[in-house]
Design a protein around this ligand. Structure first.
Ligand code: GLU
Length: 321
């Protein structure tokens, strides 16, 4: 038995300041917080501000205010991901030195041109491995190509098994679906998969509860964890919240944001209650986040996406404090 699974869990809230947080985010953050607090664990807040050009600095403050407004707290200082670049670069270097990663000078157009017809359901481009075993080193790749190289993780053939507390046992063929994926861009800034794995390791995270759009990423993150000698956390991927038309909520203007609800005078306890009830917990129509901790039960978490009806949105808008 893995001793880390018996110790109080360590979780994290990891917003990306790339837009306004919506009700789907609110629900995932509440669930992540309840899951950890119900076992008297530790929860960190990590601001994932490495998402290049999509980051909007004013969204950092707004995300913090949204979370506080919901009644969430966290342990220790906020970890701003961009303050840990040295840690990320060191991990990339280790992967390159150990032969787990290599320099790639392909442009997006190169990758597109080399790609055979995408398989059904495939939404990402699979990297065909053009630069695998092509250069002796990163410096050599850059000298030969006359441009900076990105770095890719070498993915071994075969399925990657992900054990998830909600989705069950799932198998992903990372080599066939995405191929060798980026761990750093050309300017050597770390890619999402790498930075999440490095910081989950750095913060000692033992449980990751998030939306199930990231389930395929869990397989890639496991490969990185293994290569870096980090343990894999317990995965808890929760089905997403969809709008009335069945589309996933996004950080678009037309999907109701927490900032908008807050400005409109909504009682955050109504949102807490909606999130708790939608996950099968029995709570009053208005509840403090801390009052739901006792009602949290992993086995109740829904296995299906949640449709957010227009009537529910209206009732949340009108649930004034
Ligand atoms: N920051 C990511 C997001 O907001 C979540 C990353 C993660 O949970 O691993 O989509």
């Amino acid at each position: 038995m893995d001793a880390t699974k018996l110790a109080p869990p360590v979780g994290r809230l990891a917003p990306s300041p790339t837009g306004r947080l919506h009700l789907g985010h609110a629900r995932s953050f509440l669930l992540a917080w309840w899951s950890i607090r119900s076992r008297r664990g530790t929860i960190h807040l990590r601001m994932e501000d490495l998402d290049g050009p999509r980051v909007q600095p004013e969204m950092v403050e707004q995300a913090l205010r949204d979370l506080e407004w919901l009644g969430l707290d966290w342990d220790g200082e906020v970890l701003v991901q961009s303050s840990g670049l040295a840690r990320m670069h060191a991990a990339v270097d280790r992967l390159v030195d150990a032969g787990h990663a290599y320099a790639c000078v392909c442009s997006r157009a190169d990758v597109r041109a080399a790609q055979s017809a995408p398989q059904q359901g495939q939404t990402e481009q699979r990297y065909p491995g053009t630069c695998r075993d092509r250069f002796a080193s990163v410096a050599n790749a850059e000298a030969q190509a006359g441009k900076e190289a990105g770095l890719r993780f070498r993915v071994a053939d075969g399925p990657v098994e992900v054990q998830d507390a909600v989705a069950g046992r799932r198998s992903f063929d990372v080599a066939a679906e995405v191929g060798d994926f980026h761990i750093a861009r050309r300017d050597k800034s770390p890619a999402y998969q790498l930075s999440v794995v490095v910081d989950d390791g750095y913060q000692g995270v033992t449980e990751v509860l998030r939306g199930d759009d990231l389930l395929p990423s869990a397989a890639r993150q496991q490969l990185l964890q293994e290569a870096l000698g980090l343990s894999t956390p317990t995965w808890v991927h929760v089905p997403l919240v969809l709008d009335a038309d069945g589309r996933r909520l996004a950080k678009r203007a037309d999907d109701l944001s927490m900032a908008e609800l807050r400005a409109g005078g909504t009682d955050p306890r109504a949102i807490v209650s909606w999130a708790a009830r939608s996950a099968g917990f029995d709570v009053p129509p208005r509840a403090e986040a801390s009052d739901v901790v006792r009602a949290y039960a992993l086995e109740r978490l829904p296995r299906e996406p949640l449709r957010l009806s227009r009537a529910t949105i209206e009732s949340l808008r009108e649930a004034r404090a």
